[in-house]
Ligand binder design. Structure first.
Ligand SMILES: NC(=O)c1ccc[n+]([C@@H]2O[C@H](COP(=O)([O-])OP(=O)(O)OC[C@H]3O[C@@H](n4cnc5c(N)ncnc54)[C@H](OP(=O)(O)O)[C@@H]3O)[C@@H](O)[C@H]2O)c1
Length: 133
C-alpha cells in the first residue's frame, strides 16, 4: 500500500526528502519515549535481513532508505559506528528485502512535533496513521 510519504516523495520531484532520524533516534530525550515504541534496531524483520547480508541492523535501515532514493544522515559520535554506517552503501537489498521491510505494519512516530502543525489543521493530513503516544 502506498503511504502519504510515498506520494510526497514521488510527486514533489523538486523537493528532496531527507530521512529524519534514520535509525530510529535511540538517543531521543526520555520525554519523547513511550514504552510501546518499537526499537528499529531490534526489529525481527530488520535483524533477519541484516543476518542474510552479513550486515548490521543499522546498515539495513540506512540501505533501505537509500534504495528508496532518500538521503540518510545518521548521527554518531562513535568512530566504529560512523564507519559501520558509511559501509551501509555496500549493502545491496533485493526486491524481497524491500518488500519485507515495506510490509512492516507497525507505525510509530518517535518525535511528535505536534507544535509544527498549524492551528485548525488535522494532523492526519500530514501524518500516516502513526501511533502518537
Ligand atoms: N534539525 C532538526 O531538528 C533535527 C532533528 C532530529 C534530527 N536531525 C538530524 O538527523 C540526523 C540524525 O538524527 P538523530 O540523531 O535524531 O537520529 P539517528 O541518526 O536515527 O540516531 C542517532 C543515535 O543512534 C546511535 N547510532 C548511530 N549509528 C549507530 C549504529 N550503527 N548502531 C547503533 N546505534 C547507532 C547514535 O549513538 P552514538 O552517537 O552514541 O554513536 C545516536 O544515539 C542528524 O544529522 C540530526 O542533526 C535534525
Amino acid at each position: 500500500m502506498r503511504s502519504k510519504y510515498d506520494v510526497l516523495i514521488n510527486y514533489f520531484l523538486d523537493i528532496i526528502c531527507v530521512a529524519y532520524s534514520p535509525i530510529g533516534a535511540p538517543n531521543r530525550p526520555d520525554f519523547f519515549k513511550e514504552v510501546s515504541h518499537p526499537v528499529l534496531l531490534e526489529d525481527d524483520v530488520i535483524e533477519a535481513i541484516a543476518k542474510k547480508h552479513n550486515a548490521t541492523a543499522a546498515q539495513v535501515l540506512l540501505a533501505w532508505g537509500m534504495k528508496r532514493g532518500i538521503p540518510v544522515i545518521p548521527k554518531s559520535v562513535t568512530p566504529s559506528r560512523i564507519d559501520e554506517n558509511l559501509k551501509s552503501c555496500n549493502v545491496q537489498l533485493d526486491d524481497e528485502d524491500m518488500a519485507k521491510i515495506n510490509g512492516i505494519s507497525t507505525r510509530a512516530r518517535y518525535l511528535g512535533h505536534q507544535w509544527s502543525i498549524p492551528p485548525g489543521v488535522d494532523i492526519e493530513v500530514f501524518w500516516d496513521g502513526e501511533y502518537l503516544g
